[in-house]
Design a binder for this molecule. Sequence first.
Ligand SMILES: *Cc1c(COP(=O)(O)O)cnc(C)c1O
Length: 389
Amino acid sequence: MGRIDKQLRSDLDAIRDAGLWRGLRQVESAQAARITIEGRDWINFSSNDYLGLASHPALGQAAREALEQFGTGSGASRLICGSTQTHHELEAALAQWQGTEAALVFSSGFAAAQGVLTSLLGQGDVVILDKKAHASMIDAAKLSGATLRVFRHNDLENLEKRLQWAAEQGGRVLLATESVFSMDGDCAPLAEMVELKERYGAWLMLDEAHAVGLHGPFGQGLAAADGLAGRIEIRMGTLGKAVGAAGGFICGSGSLIELLVNKARSFIFSTAPSPAVSAAARAGVELIQGAEGDSLRQQLWQRVEELRRGVESLGWRTPAGPSAILPLIVGEEAKALAMMGQLHEAGFFIPAIRYPTVARNEARLRVTTTTGHTGEDVAALLDAVATIR
Ligand SMILES: *Cc1c(COP(=O)(O)O)cnc(C)c1O
């Protein structure tokens, strides 16, 4: 064993000893409520493919047509020669859906967050993040060079203090948070936050990764559901969750998008997404806004309610606000792993979420409901959870 490997082995042992080791599992089927992993069939309560669009025929058809016309690769960054018609059409559809002047697509939501924060902020500016904000925003904030301040999760008083302090620093101030929190399933108090950021002259960047497709009129997201979309400077989403494809997007003013095209390094120095993926995403965005989207959402919320009521009656706490994410918070990492193992034995694929995705000793099973789940699936999961308790 080489010297490097020896050191890496000892790093890995430390990770294992802390109950934090992670490994990849090979999935041998399409994403759906039922999946095959390593030769075994599971009921899948782990996916963010909330509306089942990742294996929807309309998206497949759109991808195949784009594949025929444009091939598999984009060939270059958008600014070199990779700005394919499919990307422009997707961006027009996103801007129309979200009611903004413009939109820009990135290769992932992670890249979108990087692009925004590093383009808009630098030394002398302040970025204020919710304690539970996604890693993509934390890393981007650090990379931007701006001063990073964190406020307690959804705590408006604490946020106001940070905004007050930031306003005195003289630079730009950007507040960034999620609308539906990815690991807790609770929602940000958006109306109050918008009031606050306006009072202190800050900008707001809202990550709607787990809300677009699910919440609000036409699945526009939580900001639209609360009638606040027009007051939020930067709206971010992913095309990889409810939209059923891959990529990330930013919606906002024409000048915001133009600035990102000129400054966002994760956009400029990265090959454009595959045309087929963008075509699939556009089909997903259109489907979400139509009658089928409405009926999928209705179906989803019905299952979500059944599961929520069920786990509450078993004595678990559930998040405030409507969300398809239901964390069963266990605490200790080892306990969460044991519980995951028991659910695996019962045939349910549900991940134990541990540090650093959540804080230490806040390990949990993160259950996500999708439209592919039947009432029987939910009932069977509740039976399994009940025996574990
Ligand atoms: C998944 C996620 C992202 C990243 O989006 P990708 O398209 O998967 O890179 C960003 N923010 C939140 C809150 C997420 O859950």
